[in-house]
Design a binder for this molecule. Structure first.
Ligand code: GRF
Length: 211
């Protein structure tokens, strides 16, 4: 049985593309079965088309309740036998109901070293601006499980980059993205191989060769 994943992305989709490309480059065992987006203009859709990956555009129309929108997402997901949902630049907050239904089956990539620079309002350029204006010397990215508490689920893996004296939010974002493109596919593959364990509420990548 393939380990099917659904990627949720709202925009550019560079992480979505990395998930596809790293799979082939590194022989990762997961199968990218569907892209879910709420944004009909998402560049991620072109990437899905280019790689012949099915995609579902599920818009949240004005006045539509979140629960109805998520029910449509669930309906779409049920077609693909999905084992893991990967949020890769998905700009909507999922309800507690949805998150609990998929407990420890949703992961997210966040462009800071959580728990720093996470939570409400901390997205995209806001994060890198805040990191620079606080004079941080390092930043990076975090892959974590999604729980009801925004950006606060168990951390699976993190990568660090140095913040340089002349960094702009754009230059810092670029360097962090490069790390994201490696670490997110890596974590998905570790989960697909059943090497990620939750112990006392914390996540660990368990390697056979480490006792
Ligand atoms: C990335 O910075 C990711 O960490 C954040 O949203 C951005 C998505 O970028 N969650 P892309 O659409 O994958 O290029």
């Amino acid at each position: 049985m393939p380990f099917n994943i659904a990627v949720f992305a709202s925009g550019r989709g560079s992480n979505f593309e990395a998930i596809i490309k790293e799979k082939y480059k590194k022989n990762y065992i997961y199968n990218v079965s569907v892209l879910i987006t709420e944004n009909p203009q998402a560049k991620a859709i072109n990437i899905a088309k280019e790689h012949k990956i099915p995609f579902e555009v599920i818009e949240k129309k004005e006045g539509m309740k979140r629960i109805d929108h998520e029910n449509e997402i669930s309906k779409a997901l049920s077609k693909y036998n999905v084992e893991l949902i990967v949020l890769a630049g998905y700009m909507r907050i999922l309800s507690s109901e949805f998150v609990n239904k998929w407990k420890f089956k949703i992961i997210n990539i966040h462009p800071s070293l959580l728990p720093a620079f996470g939570g409400k309002g901390m997205f995209l350029q806001n994060i890198h601006k805040s990191v620079i204006s606080r004079g941080c010397k390092v930043s990076g990215c975090t892959v974590h499980y999604v729980t009801e508490d925004i950006d606060n689920g168990p951390i699976i893996e993190q990568k660090v980059v140095k913040v340089l004296p002349n960094d702009t939010p754009e230059s810092l974002e670029k360097r962090i993205l490069k790390k994201e493109h490696i670490v997110l596919p890596y974590v998905i593959n570790e989960i697909a191989n059943n090497r990620v364990k939750i112990i006392n509420g914390l996540a660990y990548i368990i390697k056979d060769d480490i006792q």
